[in-house]
Write a protein that binds this ligand. Structure first.
Ligand code: COS
Length: 388
């Protein structure tokens, strides 16, 4: 049975997120974009509302939201500001590998730190390296056993919240010769000796969010911090990304919806050739195109999230959603600027920011090309396209 109606709990969570986006994020979004920061007071309010630890189970103090609700909440937050939403949402990416594989002691030690409304901490997912982006199996951050601990060396780049995190979920290799078979993961605290934050990136969009290098120089890591043993790390990364890409698709949908709303409003106000430009078919059709693609994107990310929630294989649907919504957000925001004409190119119009924010949706958590690679690889085994 297909039912598009939200439950009362889902309606409440999405409404709360929308109100937060409207009242707390929108008023500061342009300033945060300019300054490249998120106010501490906003983070505390978000933590109090459960928005910094959505995916963390309730028993550790988290929001305990199911994937479908979490993705719809992400759409609302990105509608408010994709940069701030990325800051708040990155904890989910960092903790999903731990939700999958960490033991009880590790979860109890680390998860509550992200849920404290008075002093909320951040976590960061450390996979990408200068020589390992799309080719995730090529990581060379190396971990070695020494006496009763590990020694970690390497450099991670483009790490969301890398500069503000309290701890990192770090993917590393025990044996580079083994390629993806050598990968495992450890939790590393920011306070450990030898952990440092490198270059802070100056980005095109989602500027409110922190993106930094994280460097590990002979870091002594206790053995009990290992949460994915050697050989299992690559599968953990792939499963994590299968589960989190629906939320990125939802962020893209939120950015697109914000741009569409601006374009719709402007097209009703702006009069040229004696009538509002929405009455010009060239503009009217652009808006129609935006509306239907946003709706299609939302259904795709909901499908991926629903499969994830049910514990069904969701790799294909996550890639459909991520690829489609990333491209859709780019197209919609470019056209929203176009509808505004010269005004849309000016920083005082929100669509200028939205177009810059949209671009990352085709890049992070797997580029648009990687999503097609995943979809294409799945097609190799397809002999029958009957959907049920
Ligand atoms: N779930 C579970 N296992 C998976 C999987 C998935 N979604 N995808 C692949 N695997 C398994 C394969 O089954 C294979 O296992 P076996 O050899 O035991 O059978 C293993 O992983 C290697 O798979 P594959 O050969 O396809 O790996 P590749 O190195 O060719 O890489 C891609 C596959 C390109 C899909 C992967 O590297 C990827 O997702 N890259 C993008 C990384 C990314 O998103 N980076 C952004 C970081 S977050 S900002």
């Amino acid at each position: 049975m297909v039912d598009f109606e939200l439950t009362e709990e889902q309606k409440a969570a999405v409404k709360m997120a929308h109100d937060f986006a409207l009242n707390e994020m929108r008023p500061v979004a342009l300033e945060c974009d300019k300054e490249g920061t998120v106010p501490e007071s906003l983070v505390k309010k978000a933590a109090a509302a459960g928005l910094t630890a959505m995916a963390i189970p309730e028993e550790y103090g988290g929001g305990g939201l199911d994937q479908i609700t979490a993705s719809m909440v992400s759409e609302e937050l990105a509608w408010g500001c994709a940069g701030i939403a990325t800051t708040l949402g990155a904890n989910s990416l960092a903790t999903t590998p731990m939700v999958i594989a960490a033991n009880e002691e590790q979860k109890k030690e680390y998860f509550p730190r992200l849920c404290d409304p008075d002093d909320p901490k951040f976590a960061a997912f450390c996979l990408t390296e200068p020589g390992a982006g799309s080719d995730a199996a090529a990581i060379s951050t190396i971990i070695e056993e020494k006496d009763d601990h590990f020694i970690l060396n390497g450099q991670k780049c483009f790490i969301t919240n890398g500069g503000i995190a309290d701890f990192y979920s770090v993917f590393c290799t025990f044996d580079k010769e083994k390629k993806y078979g050598g990968i495992g993961a450890v939790v590393v605290e920011r306070s450990y000796e030898g952990v440092s934050v490198g270059k802070h990136e100056d980005k095109m969009g989602i500027r409110a969010s922190d993106t930094s290098e994280v460097i590990f120089d002979n870091v002594k890591v206790p053995k009990e911090n290992l949460f994915v043993p050697m050989g299992q790390g690559f599968y953990n990364v792939m499963t994590t990304l299968d589960l989190t890409r629906a939320s990125v698709a939802a962020l893209a949908t939120g950015v697109a919806r914000a741009a569409f709303e601006e374009a719709l409003k402007y097209s009703k106000e702006r009069v040229q050739f004696g009538r509002p430009i929405i009455a010009q078919q060239s503009i009217n059709f652009m808006l129609a195109e935006m509306a239907m693609k946003i709706e299609a994107g939302r259904r795709l990310y909901q499908l991926a999230a629903w499969k994830a929630h049910k514990g069904l294989p969701c790799s294909l649907e996550s890639s459909y959603a991520k690829a489609f919504c990333g491209d859709m957000a780019m197209e919609v925001t470019v056209n929203a600027v176009q509808v505004h004409g010269g005004y849309g190119y000016m920083k005082e119009y929100l669509v200028e920011k939205l177009m810059r924010d949209a671009k990352i949706m085709q890049i992070y958590e797997g580029t648009a090309q990687i999503q097609r690679l995943v979809i294409g690889a799945n097609l190799m085994g397809v002999t029958d396209t009957y959907p049920w």
